[in-house]
Write a protein of this length. Sequence first.
Length: 480
Amino acid sequence: MTYTNEEIENEIRNDLELFVIKSFITLNPGKKFKNNWHVGLICDYFSAMIRGDFLKLIVNQPPSTLKSTVGTISVPAFILGHDPSAQILCSSHDKALATGLAVKSRVVMASDWYRKVFPNTIIQTGENEKANFTTTKRGYRLSVSTASGFTGQKGDWLFADDPHDAKDIHSETKRVGVLYNFYEEAWKNRANDLNTARMMLNMQRLHEQDLTGHILAQETGWELLKIPLEAPQKLIFISPLAADRIYKTMEKGEILQPSRFNAETVANIKRREQYFATQYQQEPAPMEGGLFKRKDIVRYDLLPPVAKWWLSIDPNNKQGEKNDYSSIGIWGEYENNYYLTDRIKGQYSYSQLKTITINTINSRRFEAVIIENIGNGIALIDDVRNECNVTVIPSNPARGSKYYRAEQEAVQVIGGRLRVPKVAPHAEEYIDQLAVFPNGTHDDDVDMTSQFLAEMRNKPAPYRAKTNRTGFEERTKGAF
């Protein structure tokens, strides 16, 4: 059957899924659109919101499944096509990301086919920026980041696309900043009319207390569409446009889109269990991991007169590897309690790690430096022994799994011997990592702490009698 151009344009005008496909092709010339049932289902939810069936929608879906293409690029353009006077606010965690999505939405609206499908929607010239544009009917699409916030703008449609930066999700300060500084104090109050405004949150889950978790715990009236990469059990999806029939059934173990996620790809993602459960299954782990409890970590105001200083280093595993973090803890001992006075953490090359370590050692007299004896730690142990006048204690990770080693030291935390400052740049992130272990993405602070507490539990006295000065004395012979 052959369709006329007018019939094709009419289909695109009235079918959001077709509009999304056309937008994708426009933005990705030469790239094949791999359609899948979830795209149509998501479009049905947006279509139901557009026609007023509900006002608030949360869509949680895995990365690389057209989340932004549908929710933040195509849907605003589709809304403005039907109503050129619509006022739309779009936000993302990063200003550059928000701007990039706005540019893509504008590219769609400037295309020849869009102007034929929606001839009454015309972008106003002369008063637009890359991140913001206005129509001749005084409608607009404005973009902001969750960090920069709003400066007086309001809208009929409020879109939030990935409000959290994944790399900052375990920083309590930054995560809570999104919940309160952005959402509670700004985004919720940007509606022209609270009774009629549409609100949409589109994100993969990152944390039990991310913005999705916050909204679902605090509010009612939100529609939730949660799509996992792999069905944990038999799942039945119903379209809000056709509630009397099943839209899709996912059998247990079925993959969302095998053409994009083959068996090997899924297996590799599942190796990072917490990452897979949270971002791909939309099932974030509980905030408390079970081993270390927040209530057991003592917070201190003033540092007592420290009797001994210790340095514990958990280096990244491979020289120059940028995916791993090194964690360096400066610990003060007073009356058999251990005070974390500073924590240095970063994705360091070996030369950077060595420089930071030696500078830290030279900053005060340490009883000993404890270094994990694998990867970069092996070289670091040798270099510190050769260049510094300090006891070096290799920490052997072969004594058991990370969980086992941490479990052996949990009693010291429960007993109140681990102490962290009430106010310090590193404190909240450090406690976050301990509290979610073993469910968190990173465990470098846990390793650094476990090896330190293990040495404190087993240390002989006097400790400095163990100093290996051979390399240092040979290099500085005659200098003293």
